[in-house]
Each structure stands twice: as C-alpha cells, then as structure tokens.
Design a protein around this ligand. Structure first.
Ligand SMILES: C[S@@+](CC[C@H](N)C(=O)[O-])C[C@H]1O[C@@H](n2cnc3c(N)ncnc32)[C@H](O)[C@@H]1O
Length: 292
C-alpha cells in the first residue's frame, strides 16, 4: 500500500520552502540547453519559441518558473488518497496541452519520483508514466520528447519509475479532440490534464466560448480520479477569472519561492505569483447531478 502525505513530498521538492530542481532535472536541462544556440531573441520568441535559439531562451527563462508552478499547484492532489489509488494501479497518464518542451509533464514525473523515493513501494511493481504531448510546434514536441527520454535515462528505474508511452500530437487543441479521444480509448483515460501557459493563445484563437467547449470535451477524457490544471501568470488575472466563471470552478492566486535555474548571475532565489484552477471534472459532474 501507498502512504500519502504532503509534508514529506514538499520537503523533498522545496526544502526550506524554496523550490529546487532535482539533480536529474538540472542535468537534463543543462544538456538540453547545451544542444541549442545562444542568441538574443524577442520576448515573444522567448515565450513561444519556434527556433532553436528561442527554445534555449525559453528553457533559460521560463522552464523552471512554469515547472515549479505546476508542482506547487498539484502538491495537494499528488499527496491525496485519489492519487494514491492512481499510483497503486501502476500507471499515471498525463495529457499536456500546449506542452512546449514537456515542462509540466516533467514536473509531474519528478513529483512521482519524489513520492516513490519518499515512501518506497512494498510490491515489486513499478509505476509507469504515459505522456501525451500536444503542441502545434514540432520543435517543442521534439525537444520535450528528448528531454523526457534523457530524464528517464538519468534515473534508470532507480526509483521504481519507468517511462511509459510518449505520444506526440501536433494538431492544435481543441481540433485534435478526436485524436485525444482515440488515445484515451486505446490506453485509458487521463489522470492529469494540463493546460499550463496555453490558455492565453487558446483564448486568442478560440475566444472564451471556444475554450470552454474545448475544456468540456477534454474533461470527458479524464478518469474518475483525474484532475484538470489550468495555469497562467499574474498578468492574466482577468482571463483566468473569466475562465473560472464560465466553467464554474474556483481560480486561485498563489505564490512560491524558487531557486533560479540556470543561474543568471543575479539573485539566486525569486518569488513568483500566478493563477491556477485545479478541479476534478467527475466530482464537479456528480455535484451538479446531486444538486439537480
Ligand atoms: C508559453 S508555451 C507553454 C509551454 C508549457 N506548457 C509551459 O508551461 O511552459 C505555450 C505553448 O502552447 C502552444 N500552443 C499554442 N496554441 C496551441 C493550441 N491551440 N494547441 C496546442 N498547443 C498550442 C505553443 O506552441 C507553445 O509551445
């Protein structure tokens, strides 16, 4: 049986209340950056990279920021009895919409690794993680896949954690819902659906109603204990609040302190504030049907 508890896992991920990348993630990130050219790029290219130099700038500026926000937002769920049940099944399935270089998927996988390292597993069965990476940009998908593969090589099953299937879906969300549905029918529904820093471009292309339609469709692909996480920076408060209102789920502001990695020759610890919306589609559905 798994034990659950948020204290131990948070001690591992953020010792002294400062989020810090684990050694395998630091190594993997350093290697990924070394493969990419270092050049000045625009702000837009840094946030939505389409070139190798843009990808390097994204990894240097945003990777650890978004990564820790995913971990901080999911700390309660990952430590919950619901997630304990998911782990006991031996497989965790992540759908990462607008994944970029698999930032959120890596954040979750390293949380699972921390959980396994913290508590151990009393049977010989290990946990597999399947990642469905979705992005319109081939460079993001390729970089994300390589980073995941590199991470799994670095940990070499040492923590009872194995790479499952890593699938890439390049068609844009939500037009790709048929494909996401087929994957869920063949492999099982998703335990965590992530939309990290992608609702801004989605809102621009689909509007709030289109975004709501997309979310409703993807919620149907979540398993009974699954959760949807939407994340965006502090400058998008209005957009996040609006999304929360149309889907009827709470949006919260959060703040975390993190070590800056890679080091930038400035202060090594920074605090970031952001908005997140984490909900269980099945739970919400049950509450609606009980109230009706
Ligand atoms: C700011 S990056 C976020 C990357 C990562 N999720 C993170 O949290 O760091 C946004 C990503 O969303 C992708 N994107 C934009 N519109 C999309 C859509 N309709 N469907 C899938 N991906 C999309 C972009 O190509 C880009 O890689």
């Amino acid at each position: 049986m798994w034990e659950s508890g948020s204290n131990n896992i948070s001690k591992r991920l953020c010792p002294g209340d400062v989020f810090r990348l684990s050694e395998p993630v630091r190594t993997m990130l350093r290697r990924a950056m070394l493969r990419l050219p270092k050049r000045d790029v625009s702000e837009t290219e840094t946030l939505y990279p389409t070139t190798p130099a843009g990808m390097r700038a994204f990894l240097a500026t945003f990777f650890s920021r978004h990564y820790f926000q995913v971990q901080n937002s999911l700390m309660g769920y990952i430590s919950s009895d619901e997630f304990t049940d998911v782990m006991a099944r031996g497989a965790v399935r992540i759908l990462d919409v607008g994944c970029g270089p698999a930032v959120g998927s890596l954040a979750i996988i390293d949380m699972v690794a921390a959980l396994l390292g913290t508590y151990g597993y009393t049977t010989q069965r290990s946990v597999k993680v399947d990642c469905i990476l979705n992005d319109t940009c081939g460079l993001s998908l390729g970089t994300g896949r390589r980073m995941l593969e590199n991470y799994f090589k670095l940990i070499q099953r040492s923590r009872n954690l194995e790479a499952g299937r890593i699938l890439q879906v390049q068609r844009q969300f939500p037009d790709n819902i048929g494909q996401l549905n087929r994957i869920a029918s063949n492999q099982g529904k998703y335990d965590i659906v992530l939309l990290s820093y992608v609702v801004r471009p989605l809102h621009e292309s689909e509007g709030v109603d289109g975004l709501k339609r997309g979310l409703r469709l993807v919620e149907g692909l979540c398993n009974t204990k699954g959760q949807v996480l939407i994340l965006q920076d502090k400058y998008r408060e209005q957009l996040m609040r609006r999304i929360g209102r149309v889907i009827g789920e709470p949006v919260k502001q959060a703040e975390l302190v993190q070590e800056v990695y890679p080091e930038r020759g400035e202060t090594s610890v920074r605090s970031y504030s952001y908005y997140h919306c984490l909900y269980s589609p099945q739970k919400s559905q049950n509450e609606i049907s009980h109230a009706a």
